[in-house]
Design a protein around this ligand. Structure first.
Ligand code: ADP
Ligand code: MG
Length: 259
């Protein structure tokens, strides 16, 4: 059997003297979509950063069976790509050049991109329907268009593990669906593994094979959406009054005013 895409054992992160993740165990199979939920400050972004190699946590982080520390930076970038919660948009950069940044791990130091890099970028730009924007300045795009560009950069990187930190929080419901459907299509077509965080719980449940509920830096529940999106768990860990209604593709979580 092939090793899982992600394997975390007793992952611990301390930042500024505070314990942010306190012993997280998590396995994500190749091709699986796992979504991490949890209240603000639970440690979701920190977890993704640790998996992406952007932090030096205690405990084990293995990607496709290899400890993350034994990848060279360049090799790691060919395996795992991150779309951050609010990526910095370089001033004056065109969409095409931004997506081309995804090819950095393939371009030799002090070298230029090759014809193959340009072909790879054009392919991704076409696949994500960004052709009309390719020469526009990234900063002038709408939120939904920009999110597609961030995804394009991650895909151009050629990584098979995508870490998506709240990829749709800035989008209206139409663009949310569009982006998530696209991620799911790409996942199926290219056997990508997706580890995401999301705030909209109903939407999170519709797209995830499995969910992880994080609270105070610990995993408090994990399983298929029906097992994690329960009135009891959400009441306890979000202090939220909700009703959970069975839906076509997973439970639908509706906030209900208390009393
Ligand atoms: P989430 O994404 O679930 O909202 P984060 O992972 O961003 O949570 O943050 C988890 C906790 O870690 C928060 O309490 C946050 O304030 C804290 N934190 C994040 N980065 C740092 C840092 N560099 N130094 C100190 N605390 C941090
Ligand atoms: Mg976050």
């Amino acid at each position: 059997m092939s090793p899982p895409a992600v394997e975390l054992r007793d992952l611990r992160v301390e930042l500024g003297g505070a314990s942010i993740l306190a012993g997280v165990d998590l396995t994500v199979a190749v091709g699986e979509w796992v979504t991490v939920i949890g209240p603000n400050g639970a440690g979701k972004s920190t977890l993704l950063r640790a998996v992406g190699g952007l932090l030096a946590p205690a405990g084990a982080v293995n990607l496709f069976g290899t400890p993350i520390n034994s990848f060279r930076r360049r090799d790691r970038a060919r395996v795992v790509a991150t779309v951050a919660q609010s990526p910095v948009v370089p001033a004056g950069m065109s969409v095409f050049d931004y997506v081309l940044l995804g090819r950095t791990p393939y371009i030799p130091a002090l070298g230029r991109e090759s014809a193959a890099d340009l072909v790879a970028v054009r392919e991704v730009v076409d696949r994500l329907d960004l052709g009309a924007f390719a020469h526009r300045e990234l900063a002038t795009l709408s939120g939904g268009e920009r999110q597609r560009v961030f995804l394009a950069r991650a895909l151009a990187q050629g990584a098979t593990l995508l870490l998506l930190d709240e990829p749709t929080s800035a989008l209206d419901i139409g663009h949310q669906q569009e982006v998530l459907e696209l991620v799911d299509q790409l996942r199926r077509a290219h056997r990508l593994t997706v580890l995401a965080t999301m705030h909209d719980l109903s939407v999170a449940g519709e797209y995830a094979d499995r969910m992880v509920l994080l609270a105070d830096g610990r995993v408090v529940a994990t399983g298929p959406p029906q097992e994690v999106l329960t009135e009891e768990l959400l009441g306890t860990h979000y202090r939220a009054h909700v009703r959970v209604i069975p839906g076509e593709h997973g439970p639908l979580v509706v906030p209900v005013r208390p009393g």
